[in-house]
Design a protein around this ligand. Structure first.
Ligand SMILES: Nc1ncnc2c1ncn2[C@@H]1O[C@H](COP(=O)(O)OP(=O)(O)OP(=O)(O)O)[C@@H](O)[C@H]1O
Ligand SMILES: [Mg+2]
Length: 310
């Protein structure tokens, strides 16, 4: 069982318009509203690969719709209630240019008492779980070391921990022992302390990242693919060129597919190739920005996989 934790879940509301004109009136097409947040995304993709998962979410008003929609996908949930409303994130797609504009609400303010409730819930949910995935940004009001605190908790309870976040939360939590970590290039630069504007080579970046106490490191590079580092093996993947739609959620599809592969016994090269195909499948769509296994498998023959010595 893989437990995912989403501290600031959302509903994603996809809108599309021919061309955005700031200050103008637009008649928009509305897509289906879907539950979102990086932990939730990871659960949704894990479930699609047939891997048992449970989503722990901190959510205010609107949680019923969130839980209903996840339950419909056979994803059990544990809600830690907070004051306020589940945020609504507008994903505005311009059909003429293919450009996406995102308008994300901040979400509810989280207080110490809420964090303690979350710790109690996690303590219960860790029983029987193998891995806990912490993904997404921290909610308003949370201390920057909240992920470090939660990582310590689940590790003490005998679970492994995976992390996908950014900024100070990432810098602090990456000092802990981690089973898996998935930064993109920008997050990796921040994590390794490079100044804004620096463009180190991937090799340089990987040797900085190799100093972390991480068993499975995935460095994703958007359209340039990804590097997968586990044990003493390093695998590089290059995705096929595709028509790009909604890129949000590509990283979540990569992380979830890689973790699914660990559960399902795939080799590192297989995990890397399928995770990359999953990321590319995710960017092809306009909807949720998440892959389906069928779309990932269809792209797989077009993914280049190189096993590199390290
Ligand atoms: N333009 C693209 N063409 C093909 N594949 C892509 C493209 N952009 C992303 N991908 C696929 O998605 C993977 C993850 O992309 P990226 O590095 O952008 O993740 P991310 O920044 O963590 O995304 P997010 O946090 O929004 O989910 C890449 O490794 C690749 O497989
Ligand atoms: Mg990401």
């Amino acid at each position: 069982m893989i437990v995912t934790v989403t501290l600031n879940p959302a509903f994603d509301k996809p809108l599309s318009v021919d061309r955005l004109q700031p200050g103008g009136l637009h008649r928009v097409d509305v897509g289906p509203i879907v539950p979102s947040g990086k932990g939730i995304n990871v659960s949704r993709v894990l479930r699609r690969w047939g891997v048992a998962t449970k989503a722990v979410i901190m959510a205010g008003e609107g949680q019923t719709a969130l839980v209903r929609s996840l339950t419909a996908e056979e994803i059990p949930c544990r809600v830690v209630p907070v004051a306020g409303q589940v945020r609504m994130n507008i994903k505005l797609f311009e059909t003429a240019s293919g450009r996406m504009t995102e308008l994300n609400e901040p979400g509810p303010l989280v207080e110490e008492a809420d964090v303690q409730q979350l710790e109690n819930a996690l303590t219960e949910e860790c029983v029987g779980a193998r891995l806990v995935v912490f993904a997404g940004s921290l909610p308003v009001g949370a201390a920057p070391d909240l992920y470090s605190r939660l990582l310590n908790l689940v590790t003490r309870l005998g679970c492994k921990a995976a992390l996908d976040t950014s900024g100070p939360a990432l810098r602090l939590a990456a000092q802990e022992r981690l089973y898996a970590l998935k930064p993109n290039y920008r997050e990796a630069l921040e994590l390794c302390g490079y100044p804004v504007g620096a463009t180190p080579s991937v090799v340089e970046l990987l040797s900085s990242l190799a100093k972390l106490d991480v068993e499975h490191l995935i460095l994703t590079l958007g359209g340039d693919g990804a590097y997968f580092f586990a044990g003493s093996q390093l695998v590089r993947t290059i995705p096929p060129q595709v028509k790009v739609g909604n890129t949000a959620g590509a990283g979540d599809s990569v992380l979830a597919t890689y973790l699914a592969g660990l559960e399902l016994g795939w080799s590192l090269a297989e995990r890397a190739a399928k995770a990359t195909a999953a990321g590319t499948a995710a960017v092809q769509g306009l909807g949720t920005g998440l892959c389906t296994p069928e779309a990932a498998e269809a792209l797989l023959p077009r993914v280049t996989t190189q096993i590199l010595a390290y």
